[in-house]
Design a protein around this ligand. Structure first.
Ligand code: PMP
Length: 430
């Protein structure tokens, strides 16, 4: 791209195009991407950045994987979009077949949505509709844990940490019930007492609660915490005891990120409803899904209206479903779990030096997720010049400096990321 073309593009962007979590009047700096392949994003001025975030945790097999782009191109020859009411198509059916073969046991129905937030909205609607359709109309609230994040729509903000980034909306959101952050860390010694607060809340509010929703094992954008899977096992039992549905939001954790294909596998449990998104299409085209078991599906069908009242325009978009099929096929063809184990080992070794830095309060790693928790919040905008110079792409969330690299990342690329993270934790680049 010519220099004047680039500056006019950036100028128009600055004046008219809104970016995530950004001010319209004081827009943060943005970089113009022109290409991305494997772990590398190329900017208009030729700068190359190693993508330490899998572009918000979705590009699991790396950018522009030829198998995924070929699948999309093949589907392009046939049709790009068709309404899903009154139609079905092979990519949607094939993706459902593939998904149901890999999700936790008991999931039997797939509802496609167009983003993770909408998949969570659909999950909540399923839980509410199940309850009123089966004669439990008083169950109108959800229970969740603090420290969670489930999306940016009004419904999902109400389920995310009330002290988190959506705090300014707190006064207008539906009021759900919040249990404390799951208190026992992943790998720490389990203590049944950790379940007492949530057990007590269910005892007190059980008859009002339609479902419990949480991110299994890894709380992502709400604080990058890893908690003990026994918490989920206990919660499964508590939900059953209180007639409450268990909803797992695997939008971030799904498709190998934590070291298991789905994080629920650490606990050996099945939810009643689960949400997937992000890496479902290998990060190529937006697609998400809400899955449920027969109990939920038949429960909803019993009472009026007897149908699930949701139907997005781009439901089961054929290009996205074709990409999803190719992505799940790819997962079967290479040893993703070996890759993730390798990334995990390297992250543990190379982030360890940060633990002794004065500004770092914790260093933790699970699967292909590495986190340095800092005393002070970092500003992504302020860090950007340093990251551009170092050729690494990271975007901290508050005090959490983290990486979730593509599984195809090479050891030397990953070392560049961890090196930069440790230097930032030591105060460089700020
Ligand atoms: N749930 C979780 C656990 C997430 O991490 C996210 C996105 N980071 C969402 C839901 C929302 O997904 P989307 O951004 O696709 O709406």
């Amino acid at each position: 791209m010519k220099v004047d073309e680039l500056s006019s593009l950036l100028e128009f962007d600055r004046r008219h195009v809104w970016h995530p979590y950004a001010s319209a009047t004081e827009p943060p700096p943005v970089n113009c991407a022109v290409k991305a392949a494997g772990s590398v994003i190329t900017l208009a001025d030729g700068t190359e950045l190693i993508d330490g975030l899998s572009s918000w945790w979705c590009v699991a097999h790396g950018h522009n994987h030829p198998r995924l782009t070929a699948a999309i191109q093949e589907q392009l020859q046939e049709f790009c979009q068709i309404m899903f009411a009154g139609f079905t198509h092979a990519p949607a059916v094939e993706l459902s077949r593939r998904l149901l073969a890999v999700v936790p046991e008991g999931m039997s129905r797939v509802f496609y949505a167009d983003s993770g937030s909408i998949a969570v909205e659909v999950a909540v609607k399923m839980a509410l509709q199940y309850q009123f359709s089966t004669g439990h109309g008083s169950r109108t609230r959800m229970l969740t844990v603090r420290g969670g994040y489930h999306g940016d729509t009004v419904g999902t903000m109400a389920l995310s940490d009330p002290d988190g980034m959506h705090g300014c909306f707190a006064h207008v959101l539906p009021r759900h019930i919040f249990a404390p952050i799951p208190p026992v860390a992943f790998g720490a010694e389990w203590d049944d007492a950790a379940l007492a607060p949530v057990a007590e809340l269910l005892e007190r509010h059980g008859e009002e609660v339609a479902g419990v929703i949480l991110e299994p094992v890894l709380q992502g954008a709400g604080g990058m915490r890893f908690y003990h899977p026994a918490y989920l096992r206990g919660l499964r039992e508590l939900c059953d005891r209180h007639g409450v549905l268990l909803v797992l939001d695997e939008v971030a954790t799904g498709f190998g990120r934590t070291g298991k294909f789905f994080a629920a596998e650490y606990a050996g449990i099945s939810p009643d409803i689960m949400c997937v998104g992000k890496a479902l299409t290998g990060g190529t085209v937006t697609l998400a899904a809400t899955l449920c078991n027969e109990r939920v599906a038949t429960g909803i069908s019993k009472g009026a209206p007897g149908r699930l009242m949701h139907g997005p325009t781009f439901m089961a978009n054929p290009l996205a479903c074709a990409a999803g099929c190719a992505s799940l096929a790819l997962f079967e063809e290479y040893d993703w779990s070996e890759k993730v184990r390798g990334i995990e080992g390297q992250l543990r070794r190379e982030l360890a030096p940060a633990a002794s830095l004065p500004g770092a309060t914790d260093v933790r790693v699970l699967g292909a997720v590495g986190v340095i928790e800092l005393e002070q919040s970092l500003s992504p905008g302020a860090l950007m010049p340093f990251l551009l110079r170092e050729g690494v792409w990271l975007r901290p969330i508050g005090r959490y400096l983290y990486t979730m690299p593509p599984f195809v990342i090479s050891a030397s690329e990953l070392s560049r990321i961890t090196g930069v993270m440790v230097r930032i934790a030591a105060g460089e680049g700020l």
